[in-house]
Design a protein around this ligand. Structure first.
Ligand code: HEM
Length: 514
C-alpha cells in the first residue's frame, strides 16, 4: 500500500490516480505547447480553437460558420488560427496562393479530409488524390464544352418555360406568395437531372419511371411540372446535413456513439435512400450504353477512363453541385433586387427594352446584357453560394507572405474577401454597375464564387446560362413583390456545407404590358 505524504492509498486506487494524473499532465503539457510553442502559436484567434478541435466542431455545428469566421477576421485581422493546426486567411492573395494553378514541379495545396465521405470510391468534388481527380475531370470536362452547352440550352429553355408558367399558376397571377428558394429548387434540379441523363425530353421521364417506377416519379425530378419539391430533393438536402456531420465525426471520433441522438431522426436512412436513388438511376443509364445523345453520362462512357463504380458515384455529387448552388444564387439575386428597387427598375429597363417576345430570350441574347451580368456577379459577391471555405493542406509553402508549415490546414473566408473595403468601394452595398466597364476600379479577383485553378467549378458556363435565361424571363414577364417584408435574409440563412436558405416569400404579378 503506497504511502503518499502520510496518506495510505490502496493499490488499484493508486493506479487510477496515477493514470488520471498522467492524463491531466499530458493535456496540460499539450495545451502549453499548443498555446506557446506550436508553429501557429503566434496567430490570433479563439484560445479554445488553438488547443482543441472542439471549437471547430462547435462552430460548424452552430450552422453559422461563415459568419463566425467573418466576425473573427474583423476582430483579429487577415490571418487567424481556427484549429490547433488550422489557419484561416482573408485576402485575395491568399486565395490565389492556395487555389490557383502552380508552376510545374511546385507542390500543390490539396483538399483535406473535410471532403471525405463514406463513399467507396471518390467522386469529382471529393477526389483528393490529384491523379484520380485529373482523370475524372478530364472525362467529365467534355460535358461542359461549348458544344455541350448548346445542347444544354435547349433543356434550360424547356424547363424555364414550364417554370414561369408554374409561377403564374401557383402564384395565382400575383395573388399568392411563393417561397423563392423552394421554387428555384424545382427548376435547377430538373435542369441538372435532365442534363445528367439525356437532353431529349421524353427520355428522363421514361427512364425514371422505369427505375423508380414503384415510387411513381414523373419528370427528372418533376419539380417544375408538379410545382412541388420532389421527395428525392428533400432527401438530398437532408443528406447534406448528414455529410456535414461526417466531417465532425472524423475530426472528433469520440462523437460517433452520440451522433444518432444528435442527428435529426431518419438522417442516416435519408443518406442511404439518396445513394440508392443515385445508384439505381446510374445503373439504368449505364445499361442504356451509347444513346447517341450528349448527356453527362455519355461523355464519361466515351472517355472510358472511369470504372463503372466511379461513374456511378458522380451522380449524387453532380446533381447537388449543379443544382443547389444555382438555386441559392438565384434566391440571393431575388433578395438583393427586392431590397434595391432602383436596381430592379434598371434591370427591368434593360430586359424589357431588349426583348419584345419570350422566344428572343436565349443564351446568346442574354449574354449581351451588361446590367443582368452585373446583377448576377454582384449577388455572387455578397452571397457566395458555396459558404464553406474550401480547406486545403499546405505542402509547406508561403501564403500571402506567411510561411505555412507542411500539413497545416489553410482556407480563405469567403465572406471577408468579398466585403473588404481594400478591394471594394462601398463593399456592403449592392451595386451591379461596379461590374460594368471600369466600374469602381474594384479588385474583382477578390470575388471567386466558382473558385479558381485546377479545382475550379466545371459547371460555371452552365450556371451563368441558366441564371441569365431564367432571370431575364422572370423580369420580362413579372413585376416582383416582397410579400413578407423583412430587413435581413442573408444572416438568417444557415450553413450546412451549402446554404440552408431562409424562407423568402414573393408575389409575381403579371407585367401589365406583357
Ligand atoms: C452558381 C452556381 C455555382 C457555383 C457558385 C459553384 C461553385 C463551385 C465551387 C466554389 C467549386 C469548388 C469546390 C471546392 O473546391 O471544394 C465548384 C466545383 C464544382 N462544380 Fe460548381 N458551382 C455552381 C454551379 C455548378 C453547376 C451548374 C455544375 C454542373 C454540374 C457544377 C459542377 C461542379 C463540379 C463538377 C465541381 C468540381 C470540380 C473539380 O473538383 O474539379 N457547378 N463549384
Amino acid at each position: 500500500m503506497p504511502d503518499i505524504g502520510g496518506l495510505h492509498i490502496a493499490g488499484p486506487a493508486f493506479g487510477a490516480l496515477a493514470v488520471t494524473l498522467s492524463i491531466i499532465l499530458y493535456y496540460a503539457a499539450q495545451t502549453v505547447y499548443l498555446l506557446f510553442f506550436h508553429p501557429l502559436a503566434k496567430y490570433p484567434g479563439p484560445k479554445l480553437a488553438a488547443i482543441s478541435e472542439l471549437w471547430w466542431v462547435w462552430a460548424l455545428s452552430s450552422e453559422r460558420f461563415p459568419f463566425i469566421v467573418y466576425d473573427l477576421h474583423k476582430k483579429h485581422g487577415d490571418v487567424i488560427r481556427i484549429g490547433p493546426n488550422e489557419l484561416s486567411f482573408a485576402t485575395a492573395e491568399a486565395f490565389q496562393d492556395i487555389h490557383g494553378h502552380v508552376s510545374k514541379g511546385k507542390a500543390r495545396f490539396l483538399k483535406t479530409e473535410f471532403y471525405d465521405n463514406d463513399d467507396p470510391v471518390p467522386r469529382i468534388v471529393g477526389a483528393r488524390d490529384p491523379e484520380v481527380h485529373a482523370r475524372q475531370r478530364k472525362a467529365l470536362s467534355h460535358a461542359f464544352s461549348a458544344k455541350s452547352l448548346r445542347d444544354q440550352e435547349e433543356i434550360v429553355q424547356k424547363y424555364v418555360d414550364g417554370f414561369v408558367q408554374q409561377l403564374a399558376k401557383l402564384g395565382d397571377h400575383g395573388k399568392k406568395a411563393l417561397n423563392v428558394p423552394e421554387t428555384f429548387n424545382w427548376l435547377t434540379f430538373d435542369v441538372i437531372g435532365s442534363c445528367y441523363l439525356c437532353p431529349e425530353s421524353v427520355r428522363p421521364i421514361r427512364l425514371l419511371m422505369q427505375c423508380l417506377g414503384d415510387l411513381s416519379f414523373g419528370e427528372p425530378f418533376g419539380g417544375v411540372a408538379k410545382g412541388e419539391t420532389h421527395v428525392w430533393i428533400k432527401v438530398i438536402l437532408d443528406s447534406v446535413l448528414y455529410m456535414q456531420t461526417t466531417f465532425l465525426r472524423k475530426r472528433l471520433p469520440f462523437l460517433n456513439p452520440i451522433m444518432p441522438y444528435i442527428l435529426p431522426k431518419g438522417s442516416t436512412e435519408k443518406v442511404k435512400t439518396h445513394r440508392e436513388f443515385s445508384k439505381r438511376l446510374s445503373e439504368k443509364r449505364l445499361q442504356m450504353g451509347d444513346t447517341g445523345r450528349a448527356d453527362f453520362f455519355s461523355h464519361m462512357l466515351k472517355k472510358n477512363t472511369m470504372s463503372v463504380q466511379e461513374m456511378m458515384s458522380q451522380t449524387s455529387t453532380l446533381i447537388i453541385a449543379g443544382s443547389e448552388t444555382t438555386a441559392t444564387s438565384l434566391s440571393g439575386i431575388t433578395w438583393f433586387l427586392l431590397k434595391n428597387p432602383d436596381c430592379m427598375v434598371r434591370l427591368q429597363k434593360e430586359v424589357r427594352g431588349a426583348f419584345t417576345s419570350l422566344d428572343q430570350i436565349t443564351g446568346e441574347s442574354t449574354a449581351g446584357l451588361p446590367y443582368l451580368h452585373g446583377v448576377i456577379e454582384e449577388s455572387l459577391r455578397l452571397f457566395p453560394p458555396v459558404p464553406f471555405s474550401l480547406p486545403r493542406h499546405s505542402p509547406g509553402a508561403v501564403v500571402d507572405g506567411y510561411y505555412v508549415p507542411k500539413g497545416t490546414v489553410v482556407s480563405v473566408a469567403p465572406l471577408n474577401l468579398t466585403r473588404d473595403p481594400r478591394y471594394w468601394q462601398d463593399p456592403d452595398s449592392f451595386r451591379p454597375e461596379r461590374w460594368i466597364g471600369e466600374g469602381f476600379n474594384d479588385q474583382k479577383k477578390a470575388s471567386q464564387p466558382f473558385s479558381t485553378g485546377p479545382r475550379a467549378c466545371l459547371g460555371i458556363n452552365l450556371a451563368y446560362l441558366e441564371m441569365k435565361i431564367v432571370l431575364a424571363t422572370m423580369v420580362f414577364l413579372f413585376d416582383w413583390e416582397l410579400a413578407v417584408p423583412r430587413d435581413e435574409w442573408i444572416r438568417d440563412c444557415k450553413m450546412r456545407i451549402l446554404w440552408k436558405k431562409a424562407d423568402l416569400w414573393v408575389k409575381y404579378h403579371p407585367r401589365v404590358a406583357a
